[in-house]
Design a protein around this ligand. Structure first.
Ligand SMILES: *Cc1c(COP(=O)(O)O)cnc(C)c1O
Length: 394
């Protein structure tokens, strides 16, 4: 059997080494406290589960769903955008439900990228933007996100010969892994850039509802002219603790949505209908759960940052997202620090380089750790000592 070249070209998963170490520790009976996983630990809200249970009993939901999703779900998504962002969307043509937003993020490359085309991809970033591009035959061109630019890409630095072959720009705020946020002024700059260069903007915004200290993240769709040049991916996963149910959406430019709808109608048969009813319930129902979850994350954020700073990491408290992006102590690179922390304290964090070369020097710490493990993890972190900066003065 001879797998296709595109499969051989997929790099091995970046966290293989660290995961192997974690597995070895666990096999020896040692407990590892993990701050490495970005997956809400709090269950899906009960009213959303109740709707699933009712919907599961209706035989109409036992059959193939429509690939493009229930009209009621399109309506619920449009109504939520109106309520939350004051953005008007045409439910039929500017909204498309997805089997989790990751699915759409991967597939949209096949709608816009031909062999040799370029997609501008942030570094560091969620890996699917670049992988989708590559699977479709294109090449990612990486835009470094640097602390001194507030982790926004420098669009003006991109050379004309790159832009000539560029079809897509990926951005994502509130950002995974850096926890950075972007305001409407940046989104407006992106719209102008995309118009000038005839580029589709794909904004990935699953963390718009995970925010702290009364900060309200913006939607890319709020920028003037956004729907002329771009789409926004969103998800029920992080807002309503629904990662396990696999449901998200893309909204915005009708031509881009139509292209993705056509591709998907040829590949998949839609989202299980009972799960679509869960999403309708989550979007239309009471929203108290969102603030309640955010209060939990904010408390964890503050507890973790206090300990991180005490043991020598540099942190800017994130205004949104589920992540703390912390600068590792002197004497370490991100993998060395991650490895030492695992060996010496039994605590797992994610090395920043796993998200791209510009992630070097950072680790990502997730706020989705259950409170019982959090207490244990913080006590272990507090006891960790930097043994390198004394011996490795540079
Ligand atoms: C979690 C996440 C997603 C995907 O969420 P789905 O569960 O597939 O809807 C997309 N982008 C980023 C940056 C994420 O962190």
């Amino acid at each position: 059997m001879r797998p296709a070249k595109r499969i051989a070209a997929l790099k091995p998963y970046l966290f293989v080494e660290i995961n192997k170490k974690i597995a070895e520790k666990k096999a020896r009976g040692e407990e590892v406290i993990s701050f490495a996983i970005g997956d809400p630990d709090i269950p899906t809200p009960p009213h959303v589960i109740d709707r699933l249970c009712d919907a599961a009993k209706d035989p109409a939901n036992h059959r193939y769903p429509e690939s493009e999703g229930l009209p009621e779900l399109h309506d619920a998504i449009a109504a939520w955008y109106k309520k939350r962002f004051d953005v008007d969307l045409d439910p039929a043509n500017e909204v498309l439900p997805l089997i989790g937003s990751k699915e759409g993020i991967g597939h949209i490359a096949f709608c816009f990228i031909d062999n040799g085309d370029i997609a501008l991809v942030p570094d560091p970033a969620y890996p699917v933007y670049a992988i989708g591009t590559q699977l479709a035959g294109g090449s990612p061109y990486y835009l470094p996100l640097k602390a001194e630019n507030d982790f926004l890409p420098d669009l003006k630095s991109i050379k004309a010969f790159i832009l000539k072959n560029t079809k897509v720009l990926w951005i994502s705020y509130p950002n995974n892994p850096t926890g950075a946020v972007a305001g409407l002024d940046f989104f407006q700059e992106v719209v102008e850039f995309a118009k000038q260069n005839d580029i589709l903007v794909c904004h990935d915004g699953p963390y718009s509802e995970v925010a702290f200290d009364d900060y309200q993240p913006a939607s890319f769709m709020q920028a003037e002219g956004a729907r002329d040049v771009g789409v926004e991916f969103h998800s029920l996963s992080k807002s309503y603790n629904m990662t396990g149910w696999r449901i998200g959406m893309v909204v915005g430019n009708a031509d881009a949505i139509k292209a993705l709808r056509t591709l998907k109608s040829n590949l998949d048969s839609g989202i299980p209908q009972a799960i679509q009813y869960m999403a309708i319930e989550a979007l239309n129902g009471p929203q108290d759960c969102v603030a309640e979850h955010n209060a939990v994350y904010q408390r964890r954020r503050d507890l973790i940052i206090e300990v991180l700073e005490r043991i020598g990491l540099e942190v800017t408290p994130p205004k949104a997202s589920l992540y703390i992006w912390a600068k590792v102590p002197r004497g370490y690179n991100s993998v060395e620090f991650t490895t030492d922390l695992l060996d010496q304290a039994g605590v797992a964090v994610t090395p920043g380089v796993g998200y791209g070369p510009s992630g070097e020097g950072y680790v990502r710490i997730s706020l989705t750790i259950p409170d019982a493990s959090l207490v244990k993890g913080l006590s272990r972190l507090s006891g960790w000592r930097n043994t390198r900066h004394l011996t490795m003065k540079k």
